[in-house]
Design a protein around this ligand. Sequence first.
Ligand code: FMN
Ligand code: 173
Length: 387
Amino acid sequence: MAKHWADFQYEIYLNGMTGAVPRLPTDLTRLEELTERRLGPGPVGYVAGSAGDGSTARANRAALDRRRIVPRMLRNVAERDLTVEVLGRTLPAPLALAPVGVLSIMHPEAELAAARAAAAQGVPFTLSSASSTPLEEVAAAMGDAERWFQLYWARDREVTRSFLDRAKASGFSVLVVTLDTPLLAWRPRDLDQAYLPFLHGVGTANYFSDPAFRAGLAKPPHEDLNAAVMHFVGMFADPGKTWPDLAFLREHWDGPIVLKGVLHPDDARLAADAGMDGVVVSNHGGRQVAGAVAAADALPAVARAVGDRLTVLFDSGVRTGDDVFKALALGARAVLLGRPYVYGLALDGQPGVEHVIRCVLAELDLTLALSGHAVPGTVGAGDVVEA
Ligand SMILES: Cc1cc2nc3c(=O)[nH]c(=O)nc-3n(C[C@H](O)[C@H](O)[C@H](O)COP(=O)(O)O)c2cc1C
Ligand SMILES: O=C(O)C(=O)c1ccccc1
């Protein structure tokens, strides 16, 4: 019998009767405010903030809220199984942790705590290129648990090639190439606080430890931090890239490649034509293009265009289990969870991230069951309406 994630519900009730309450609330939408109280406005501003006036981040939420689930009855949901096949591997649920850089601004154990939490729950962890911890250390903390590597596609080919080699050698299976951040967007909240973590060297661990990156420096990073940071700023992303450049990545990465930040169906078709394995329909949590289409509004057309050729993943605005359900109904095979786990990390390290994962999946399990689904695969367009 498959694991019932919903059992977490009675675990909380029964523990609560003996006076043991969860250290974090089960309403995950409260975590941002709690984190702000704990850490102050700079770090939380960076995580919670978005591009421009914040309209894209709000649109992400509105697009999910506007979809309403239409539950079906009497369909035998006694035995449920949230397992899904994604990119050739079996995941315990249609969920992975999204790549989030600079996690040390949230918690001293940063990516190590988040990766251990994901591993403990069996959920894939996606490590950002801009992690605060070198990828080899994160891999070592994960045993043989499923891990994906997010690539910021550097201007410098040798650095990119070195990252791919290192990620491969450290057992990262899926390459997630982020396309929507060739430049950092206009982010007023960070501008007004003059708060940008990587200008202090945070989130540069993979670069500063990389032989190909260091070859471009006159002095090692610890001797001239400013020069190393400016070298990073000038090369970690490349606005000059075009679709034919993907051949280089396809040539140097044997496993699945997923393009993150696709919103237009034609871009999804180009991804398939370039030999990619999947896309993440995402607007980077509203952090890149102010005024962009909500990710959930873009999802159905992308799924219709390439759903039979590519694995379609989704992020941007997912906060609860019912959001995951809605994403499945709109055409996603699985969902990446972003900010909620980052707040769980800030508030309680590894246990905080595990709490967030377990809450989302318990709620998803219950939403599926109460809507008439024993498995994610039966969820479809007919299960939601647009209100
Ligand atoms: C603080 C922060 C840092 C992020 N860093 C990265 C990153 O390094 N690479 C990347 O591909 N996406 C990054 N993202 C975007 C996430 O992967 C994801 O697309 C986004 O958080 C989804 O939106 P949501 O958190 O509102 O659900 C970052 C997001 C946040 C909030
Ligand atoms: O802040 C972000 O959204 C992001 O993607 C990023 C980019 C560079 C370094 C760290 C995070």
